[in-house]
Design a protein around this ligand. Structure first.
Ligand code: ANZ
Length: 962
């Protein structure tokens, strides 16, 4: 799809025309100038970045992008959409009296660099730093007004020193449920020592802290620390040699990458106790200015459910279940444990009880055999697959019965994979009449289905005729009474309250809140991540490194790849790359704890790639501080709470919606810990969040379905051809693999960065996805050419503006534009702002003649946030010696903003009786009032009553007299 490039064909007759060559020259010159001058430096109130006190005294704006991963592929035009938007916004804020902090760092730990290292032997640092350099060059060309003094990469030891430091603060803290905040672990130890707080023990008895061994104390504290190591069932993939996140496992229990089997294995892993913050993470969402869709995703992810825990006795022991519907307890006709539930062995007898139903045994001779076989089968499935709705329910009876506490009935206990160990208590009471999964299971295993809710859909109470469960919350409870309590006739909410009260009174259960949120698995068997600042002594007890030993730098290793194993050998264990450097792993250290130098073994896992992005906003504030993570006064200045932002935070954070739960939840959690411990005044990292849409691109495929280079496709009569062969066209993602990537460099070379910026902003509302169309870019280039021509003579290069008063028409056009553009930029409606600038520019072009200086200057100022290079150039040409960047944005004169009027015709019985000058925006009601009170109309009606008034605002009123 080639075309003639108007920019390239600069006419000799117009040597001062705005062309691609001129844009390139202007842009490079101002970029250099801004760098040298430090135009975008945002002064701090103190410290090494302190500066201009007048600027510091202004209200602040902290405007941030989700920082990029420096990929080897570089940027395509989709990537900078958000960066350009925040830049336009930041520039506008600078021009409206704010001290603006806007910068960009790099999120540089992560898998791709490591895989590249495995393949090529290049150290991940080398390839990552090269990628960062390349990206910096690409970004610089866009004219982004970043304060470069504040940029960093998460792989810089000066940065990850503080990531490790935060880890230590989290490790050395516990959550006080009463105070509802994190506190230093030393305070918990003091409470244990003084006896103010009982030391928990597994058997429920009491123990004195002084009598515990060092190892026992470590174990107790491990139950409280906000960062703790535990043996958790994780997805272990021997074929890849690593554990995987749930999202990396396919529906049939294999690795997304490589298609190897994945097993559930218990491995010692680091976790973050994010669950302690579930309530606060939920509550504080209310006050954030975030898209509702993202808030909803976080709420669902945290998943607060109110319900009850109920104990079902079994042979003197008990199984505790979590249910959201304790009101359905009378309908619980069997129980299910997750296959991994620790009580399964205990309740699995040697032989099947007398009269065990054949379908319950799975054909196995003994319960133990049945359990073992079923467990093996369940272990090879992912949680997602186990919960899949449309699958046949499987399970097996374990040979024991429990007692339903409300009616004393003996109910059989099963294991089934639809019950997950990681949720609630890992055990359920099954109510087939009310829960669809239980219903399907009951049908498959021929279990009783007791009707305990009166169906409202006419199906009747005979469950043998039902085709599915009746799960409604708007129905009455039936068949639910014992000697002590009756729920019959109650609605769900009331029945829940009543039965919960009864459970508590009878000592068999209690009301409880359950969260779907799980603790955050925080270790990876990887090389390219932050090392843990943790060492183990000879007894295997974990110790924190003292702050003086940070940063703990990544050691060199010979081989970055994970060790892989026989893919089918579930009994293997991962071997971390860091463990291969024995000199680094085994060390003698004096931790300063009074124990003197001792031998230790370092932790050899690394942190997940989310760690570095959990707190980077704070480091932008005070990037060179070697004493503190961030100076409190500086943090307070940029992030502290203020009116309308009760939890403080960044004023605007722009990024993709795909980070709804992971990054945004983790970052909120770390903020809250740092807030509780008194290191920051903001309890939330990001006050306002905005999700930009995606730039999509057409993907062209040949008859085999293979993508062909989009740039070489030709269009003929609505069909598309590549090398003469017809190809299909579909809108998709942009990327190298789809052969449709367009780079910002290409567009900058062809038209300049200002054109690219305008085009990206003009494509549509920022939050909507839009297709890239290279052919349309020229439209914005032409706008800039016209803007240039309104100020500069293309032949002589002279400035053509005149010191004359603009005419009334132009004044109206100007002030309307100012008013509109101001509102649009503030509201991030960049596309409509550009439309208004275009309209004004066209008005001037059409009016012909020289443009009055005052109008030209306003126009340039309005264009400055959007197209900063050409604006800076024109501003200087207009005779100014200071940069346009910090000039005041024009303010509209309200006298010229009011709409012009339109003429409204008032008819009586179809005859024109009056003409009114009214606002084009007048409402029907208002217009009717104005018309009926008009002198001429009153006179024409001459006291006659009115039968009907037909109003078509703003142009017509038709009155029908009585
Ligand atoms: C009895 C019952 C009757 C239930 C009924 C539902 C409907 P939410 O709302 O998502 O929190 N459940 C509890 N623990 C489970 C586990 N580990 N694995 C699978 N399912 C589990 O879901 C809570 C409900 O999911 C609980 O309430 C329980 O089933 C089930 F008419 O108990 B219910």
């Amino acid at each position: 799809m080639s075309e003639t490039n108007p920019a390239a064909t600069a006419e000799v007759a117009a040597p001062h025309r705005y062309t691609a060559a001129m844009a390139a020259e202007i842009e490079a010159r101002w970029q250099d100038f801004w760098d040298v001058e430090g135009t975008y430096a945002a002064p701090n109130p103190k410290g090494d970045l302190a500066g201009d006190p007048e600027l510091v005294a202004k209200p602040k704006k902290f405007i941030m992008d989700m920082f990029p991963y420096p990929s080897g592929a570089g940027l395509h035009v989709g990537h900078p959409l958000g960066y350009i938007a925040t830049d336009v916004f930041a520039r506008f804020q600078r021009m409206t009296g704010h001290n603006v902090l806007h910068t960009l760092g790099f999120d540089a730990f992560g898998l791709p660099a490591e895989q590249y290292a495995v393949q090529t032997g290049t150290h991940p640092r080398v390839s990552t730093e090269a990628n960062i350099k390349n990206m910096q060059i690409q970004l610089r060309r866009l004219g982004l007004g970043h304060d470069k003094r504040r940029s960093f990469a998460t792989i810089d030891p000066d940065y990850y020193k503080w990531t490790q430091w935060i880890f230590l603060q989290i490790f050395n803290s516990w959550y006080d449920d009463e105070a509802k905040k994190a506190r230093p672990i030393s305070e918990l130890i003091a409470l244990f020592e003084s006896g103010e707080r009982a030391v928990p023990s597994a058997d429920g008895g009491t123990r004195a802290w002084s009598e515990l061994s060092v190892a026992e104390r470590a174990d107790v504290l491990g139950e409280y620390r906000l960062a703790y190591a535990s043996d958790a069932p994780v997805n272990w993939c021997p074929g890849l040699g690593t554990v995987l996140a749930n999202e990396e496992v396919t529906a049939d229990g294999r690795s997304e990458r490589g298609n190897f089997p994945v097993f559930k294995a218990k491995l010692r892993q680091w976790n973050m106790r994010i669950t302690a913050y579930a309530d606060r993470l939920l509550d504080d969402l209310d006050e954030l200015d975030w898209p509702e869709a993202i808030k909803l995703q976080q709420r669902n992810w945290i998943g607060r459910s109110e319900g009850a825990r109920v104990d079902f006795p079994v042979d003197g022991e008990r199984i505790t279940v979590f249910t959201t519907r304790p009101d359905t307890l009378f309908g619980a006709s069997y129980m299910v444990l997750a296959p991994e539930h620790p009580l399964v062995e205990k309740f699995t007898p040697d032989a099947w009880p007398e009269g065990t139903h054949d379908v319950w045994t799975g054909g196995h001779a003994t319960p133990a055999e049945a359990v073992a076989a079923y467990r093996a089968q369940a272990a090879s499935k992912s949680d997602v697959e186990r919960q899949a709705e449309a699958k046949d329910k499987t399970g097996v009876f374990i040979g024991s019965y429990a007692t339903n506490p409300v009616n004393g009935e003996q109910v059989p206990v099963f294991i089934a994979d639809y019950v997950l160990m990681g949720y609630g208590t890992g055990a359920i009471m099954a109510v087939p009449a009310g829960d669809q999964r239980d219903f399907e299971f009951a049908r498959a295993f021929e279990l009783p289905i007791v009707c305990i809710v009166e169906p409202t859909d006419g199906r009747g109470t005979d469950t043998s005729t039902w085709e599915d469960a009746f799960g409604s919350y708007d129905a009455k409870i039936i068949n639910s009474s014992n000697d002590d309590i009756s729920l019959d006739g109650l609605g769900v909410a009331e029945a829940k309250a009543r039965i919960t009260e009864w459970l508590e009174r009878s000592g068999v259960g209690e009301g409880t809140v359950n969260f779907r949120l799980r603790d955050w698995l925080f270790s990876r068997q990887r090389y390219w991540g932050e090392p843990f600042p943790i060492v183990y002594d000879e007894d295997g007890i974990a110790h924190a490194l003292p702050e003086s030993m940070l940063p703990l730098e990544l050691p060199e290793v010979e081989d970055y790849s994970p060790r892989t194993f026989d893919p089918d050998d579930a009994d293997t264990q991962p071997e971390t790359p860091l463990s291969r450097n024995e000199d680094w792993v085994n060390v003698t250290l004096d931790l300063g704890d009074g124990r003197g130098p001792r031998p230790y073994r370092r932790e050899t896992n690394t942190m997940p790639n989310w760690a570095g992005s959990c707190w980077y906003e704070l480091r932008y504030l005070d990037p060179h501080n070697s004493e503190k993570l961030v100076d409190p006064e500086i943090e307070q200045y940029w992030m502290g709470p203020r009116e309308g932002q009760p939890h403080g935070g960044v004023d605007l954070y722009v990024g993709g919606a795909e980070h709804a739960v992971l990054h945004l939840l983790y970052a909120r959690f770390w903020s809250k810990v740092l807030f509780d411990l008194g290191y920051v005044s903001s309890a939330e990292p990001f006050h306002k969040l905005f999700n930009q849409g995606m730039i999509q691109a057409y993907v062209y495929r040949d008859s085999r379905g293979i993508a062909v280079p989009a740039a070489e496709v030709e269009e003929r009569d609505g069909a598309y051809y590549y090398q003469g062969e017809k190809v299909s066209r579909l809108l998709g993602k942009m990327g190298k693999s789809l052969k449709n990537a367009v780079t910002p460099d290409e567009i900058c070379a062809e038209y300049g960065a200002d054109t690219l910026r305008l085009y990206e902003m003009a494509m549509g509302p920022l939050d909507v996805s839009r297709p890239w169309d290279t052919r349309a870019v020229v439209g914005q280039f032409r706008l800039l050419q016209r803007l240039w021509r309104n100020v500069v003579d293309e032949t002589t290069g002279d400035v053509t503006v005149v010191d004359a008063e603009p005419d009334e028409d132009t004044l109206r056009a100007l002030h309307k534009a100012i008013d509109g553009v101001r509102g649009d930029l503030e509201g991030m409606r960049f596309n409509t702002a550009i439309a208004k600038v275009t309209e004004l520019n066209n008005h001037l072009t059409k009016a012909g003649g020289a443009v009055p200086r005052s109008v030209a200057e306003s126009l340039v100022l309005m264009a400055a946030p959007l197209a900063p290079h050409i604006a800076e150039e024109l501003w200087r040409k207009l005779g100014h010696t200071e940069s346009v960047v910090h000039r005041d944005f024009p303010v509209a004169d309200p006298a010229y903003v009011v709409d012009e009027t339109v003429t409204c015709v008032v008819q009586i019985k179809g005859k024109v009786k009056a003409r009114l000058e009214v606002s084009p925006a007048i409402s029907d009601e208002e217009l009717e009032k104005v018309a009926l009170s008009d002198e001429k109309v009153v006179a024409a009606l001459d006291g006659a009553g009115i039968r009907k008034v037909i109003v078509r605002a703003p142009k017509l009123v038709n009155i029908v007299p009585a």
